[in-house]
Design a protein around this ligand. Structure first.
Ligand code: MOS
Length: 724
């Protein structure tokens, strides 16, 4: 049976706090952790499959043009080569991250350097890779096209525009004003597991093991891309080695493996090389951002301006939502927020970890530091003075708001010095030492979700949904919710994720995963509790389940008497979404040292305090925050996609040249989880966590660099050359 629940009201009466099992929120180690660290958790490319052929993609070596001919003769004569697939459906890529839409790009048209255009299939991977290098492609090259935003006029994204009051006048009248322009460079998701797919076709059903975040959308995308019905497709993503946005939509490896398996009537595996992932999978857009802040003599904002320029390919809808949190984080009745999009020929721009705030907040929070300095107000105090009591643009109440607590508790735990903030005050040998802080904000999202929970006659439970766990801890928090609600120890629960044969989950993206799937699981468990209560002749609210027993009486096994109870929970966020402004909030504190001679910055220590609703698992929540802070360090100091300004090709296309932080770069990080209940955010009172941990963190490092050595840097990453 399916129980539907549409959330129109705050969920104030929640069972999770009153249950007897005591497992929710606890720092339970990942239930799939042992399988992962022992190598027995199969990732997409690791499934054993007989007679599987190996496919390697051939990629474009022009920026814009048409494929006239793919010369396959040489390659076809090479040992082991089975086929070269040059299907129009391969080159007509599906639009990234959208569901139920036909491919956007035209057949045989190359839009960016590195775009996949054909697939070589051979008996072994090495044979396929070798043959792919021999393929000669003849193009009609369209020649010079725009590859940098400066070459084109940008279009204003009018849905994003806010113009209220008179910002120019507010700036002119302000006691203190800041007008600063920042740049951020493109970022790669750089997930550990490269994109991979293995497809099998039995004449009726296409089964694809792939590394994907959103099976609920991906199944429709694949159906559209290859032209078969979604009912003939089964997608499986049980384990995903990181996504960070890059696996929200399907990409060419999934389409190519599927087409090849169908055409060749045998299983085909396609694994992208690290270089192919970098050059072909979506990027985060570079940004240019102008911040204007006007404040009165108390430091209260009277004017707020944030304009951003981003880029994408022609025809693509996504525009990095840089202003997302700027709309509600700080007040200022004179407002001007404008987002502009330039159409250029680099690979598709799309969602990369915390799209929007990841780059918007570091610019805003660096500008806030300049304002604090100008106004002579402690940076923590300046933020405290600028917390709005409702959404300043929409007038909506906040579902919950823990910025002040994060600022205060974070400052205290870090040992923040609220005294003088003069730069260049502390030096140890050749190192200047300084501290900085920044606010964190990231909009909260929830999505429709379904999950089936079966309480089995033997006293165990099974949860089935096509929801994914991309390394975030979904398996574990789902087991904890079921354990709490049904009174079972987590080891009695089998969580079966990542298979489209199961009910549709919300997918993993936008940090909505845990709150959304958790709400669906909660709905299902409530329905099971109602049934058990009816059997006991009591009210559900009186039901006390723990360790497989109902109160001091019967065991669940006795109570079930040989039959299972299965319920599907269907959660939908309803009107509540329009009644509240919902966001996670937090604060970052950093201490850095900057080398006087080389300009090198090392992060000494960093602390983040975050408030994001109910904590479902204190360990996986903290791990998400640690990951987010680590991304902040990368964005602040090293990460940048470098494009050749002549043809737009990506120059640094591997982890040796695109520098993500390594252990040596990441000091001991402190995380404070500020527990709260947010009844309007989701049915289980939880908000998103994952992305919040990086939204603003880079600014705390920028501000610490200034405090250390007196260099105000307006361009991220703050490499030694920029610091000197
Ligand atoms: Mo996220 S960047 O929405 O996976």
């Amino acid at each position: 049976m399916t129980v539907h629940f549409k959330q129109d009201q705050p969920a104030t009466d929640n069972r999770l706090d009153t249950m007897a099992q005591g497992v929710i929120g606890k720092p339970l180690p990942r239930i799939e952790g042992l399988a992962k660290v022992t190598g027995t958790a199969p990732y997409a490319a690791e499934y054993v499959c007989e007679n599987c052929a190996e496919g390697v993609l051939v990629t474009a070596t022009i920026t814009r043009g048409t494929v006239v001919r793919v010369d396959i003769d040489g390659a076809m004569r090479m040992p082991g080569v089975v086929a070269v697939i040059e299907d129009d459906r391969l080159i007509a890529r599906p639009a990234q991250g959208t569901a139920n839409e036909a491919p956007k790009q035209q057949p045989r048209t190359v839009c960016y350097w590195g775009q996949p255009i054909a697939l070589v299939v051979a008996e072994t991977f090495e044979q396929a890779r070798d043959a792919a290098r021999r393929i000669a492609v003849e193009y009609r090259d369209d020649g010079d096209v725009a590859v940098t935003p400066a070459e084109v006029a940008a279009e204003e994204q009018e849905d994003e525009t806010v113009r209220e009051g008179n910002l120019d006048k507010a700036m002119a009248d302000a006691a203190f004003a800041v007008d600063a322009t920042y740049t951020t460079q493109g970022h790669a998701s750089a997930a550990m597991e490269p994109h991979a797919a293995m497809a099998q076709w039995d004449g009726r059903t296409l089964t694809v093991h792939a590394s994907l975040q959103m099976l609920n959308y991906n199944i429709c995308e694949l159906a559209d891309a290859i032209g078969i019905g979604a009912e003939n497709i089964r997608l499986i993503s049980r384990f995903v080695g990181g996504g960070f946005g890059s696996k929200l939509g399907i990409s060419e490896e999934v389409v190519a493996a599927s087409l090849a398996a169908m055409q060749l009537q045998r299983p085909v595996r396609v694994v992208m090389s690290r270089q192919q992932v970098f050059q072909g999978i979506m990027r985060r857009s570079e940004t240019t951002q102008r911040l204007r802040l006007a404040a009165n003599s108390d430091g209260a904002l009277t004017g707020f301006g944030h304009e951003a320029l981003v880029s994408n390919l022609p025809g693509e809808e996504f525009a990095e939502p840089v202003l997302q949190s700027s709309h509600f984080l700080y007040p200022g009745e004179n407002r001007e927020l404008v987002l502009k999009l330039a159409r250029i020929h680099r690979m598709t721009a799309g969602s990369v970890r915390a799209p929007g705030e990841a780059v918007g907040m570091p610019a805003l929070e660096a500008a806030m530091d300049i304002l604090a300095e100008k106004a002579g107000i402690d940076p923590v105090e300046l933020r405290l003075r600028n917390i709005p009591d409702k959404d300043p643009e929409r007038g909506l109440p906040f579902s919950s708001h823990k910025l002040a607590e994060c600022l205060r508790q974070g400052a205290e735990a870090f040992g923040w010095d609220h005294g003088s903030r003069l730069a260049r005050q502390r030096r140890e040998g050749e190192w200047w030492i300084g501290t900085g802080m920044a606010s964190a904000a990231r909009v909260h999202n929830v999505a429709e979700a379904k999950a089936r929970v079966t309480l089995k006659a033997d006293g165990t439970a099974v949860v089935e949904t096509d929801m994914t766990d991309i390394g975030t801890g979904t398996y574990t928090v789902v087991a904890q919710i079921v354990g709490e609600m049904l009174g079972l120890r987590p080891e009695r629960i089998l969580v079966d994720l990542g298979d489209t044969r199961h009910p549709r989950g919300p997918g993993s993206g936008g940090s909505w995963g845990a709150a959304s799937i958790g709400s669906a699981v909660y709905v299902a468990c409530m329905a099971i509790r109602e049934k058990l209560a009816a059997q006991l002749g009591t009210d559900e609210s009186q039901l006390r389940l723990s360790d497989g027993k109902a109160g001091d009486g019967q065991t669940l096994v006795e109570l079930l008497d040989g039959s299972d109870i299965a319920q599907t929970g269907h959660y939908e966020p309803g009107r509540i979404k329009d009644d509240f402004a919902a966001s996670g909030f937090g604060a970052f504190f950093a201490q850095v040292r900057v080398n006087h001679y080389t300009g090198e910055t090392r992060v000494d220590r960093m602390l983040g305090a975050f408030g994001f609703g109910r904590v479902l698992n204190a360990k996986t929540a903290r791990s998400q925050c640690l990951g987010g802070i680590t991304w902040s360090i990368g964005m602040a100091l090293t990460e940048a996609l470098e494009f050749d300004p002549r043809d737009g090709h990506l120059v640094n296309r591997d982890l040796a040249e695109y520098h993500v932080p390594v252990h040596r770069d990441v000091p001991d990080l402190d995380v404070i989880l500020i527990e709260e209940r947010d009844p309007a955010a989701s049915f289980i009172q939880a908000k998103g966590i994952g992305e919040l941990g990086m939204c603003g963190g880079a600014a705390s490092i920028a501000n610490a660099i200034y405090n250390a050595c007196g260099a105000r840097i307006f361009d991220y990453p703050m490499t030694p050359a920029r610091v000197l």
